[in-house]
Design a protein around this ligand. Sequence first.
Ligand code: PLP
Length: 420
Amino acid sequence: MIKLNMAYKRLDPAYLFSDIAQRLKQYKAYHPDVKIIKLGIGDVTEPLPDACIKALHKAIDEMASKETFKGYGPEQGYDFLREIIAEKDFQSRGANITANDIFVSDGTKCDIANFQELFSNEIKVAVMDPVYPVYVDSNVMAGRTGVSYKKRYHEITYLECTPENNYMPDLPSSPVDLIYLCYPNNPTGQTITRKELERWVQYAIDNQSLILYDAAYESFIKDPELPRSIYEIPGATKVAVEFRSFSKSAGFTGLRCAYTVVPEDCLVYSHNEAAYTLRGFWNRRQTTKFNGVSYPVQCAAHAVYSDEGQVQVNALTDYYLKNAAVVRKAFLDMGYQCTGGDNSPYIWINVKSDSWIFFDALLKVTGVVCTPGLGFGECGKTFIRISAFNDYNAVLEAVERIQKNHDEVLAVNERDLKSV
Ligand code: PLP
């Protein structure tokens, strides 16, 4: 008899985006003429940079000829891409990362979900709340938890990000072994300073723990004072793995390319505390379970680092940041407390109401779709997340509709709050 991995039964249903889709469907049925503006899901809307398109065409032509055709590539990625990543993203910032530390992949989502399988099931895991749900769910699937109660798993340490701590969690009060950090953060849009990041690196060194540092939104950092990589912090190569993606920086969400950095001196320990280099185990995992990213896609990623590519990807992130600034200003002007939208494409807005009821009120009155904060955890229950990934004119229209109908949104929200 085929038996289920019962850990899958302990997962909270992944209802967030399907619930949103369901509510949208109902809304459309009653309001077929309203133009809906989606500022919910964090998917890019602008086409690929021209430099990447050119590189893709060229690579496809190479695949069409017997002399230049490529079959399986190295599981870790082609050297031409690994070398330029190490040089431009790390060495140029003083970080001691080499091409051998870079593992090219088809996405940060799968890499960060897969990485936990290198560790014992006895480790203590810490995540921020609110959180990108993949960190929690991948650990539940691995069997590290029991069932959840009120959206939380007893075995996981939740580091609360609230207005009181400016969405910067305190260090864990009892020791943890694996720490997921995400900066710029999804969903709060919060960024981390060098000093704050130093605290985490020191914590990891002191506790022999490991930080999984999700920097999927690093390209939105424009403030030169903010660290763009955890490896800008001395000592971090020993205690941190960093995840980067071309999804949001260069519009690769549909093309798929990312990379994970496992520095040579990063350590992991056996039950009797013998130290091993982590990189070899990730390499072993990838060579067994992954067969590399396609050659044309890696050529497109390589083109991001050309002079032309750099101008174009900077224009892309500037475009979305302009949208973010419009949303942020509008909500601040309406009297809301917001974070993000500055060095980040997400704006986290404290609506001081039930996040789903506010979501519905906003949709009913304005036709604008946001994401209810509760979908990211308990600490998000009075927040909404607005994403800056959309057309500039659509963002202007969304903001205008919200400002014009703000009183009605609040009235519907109040009425619906009372009726539950
Ligand atoms: N990490 C975070 C925090 C994200 O928000 C996302 C996507 O929205 C990802 C990773 C996924 O990145 P990728 O497209 O490379 O899988």
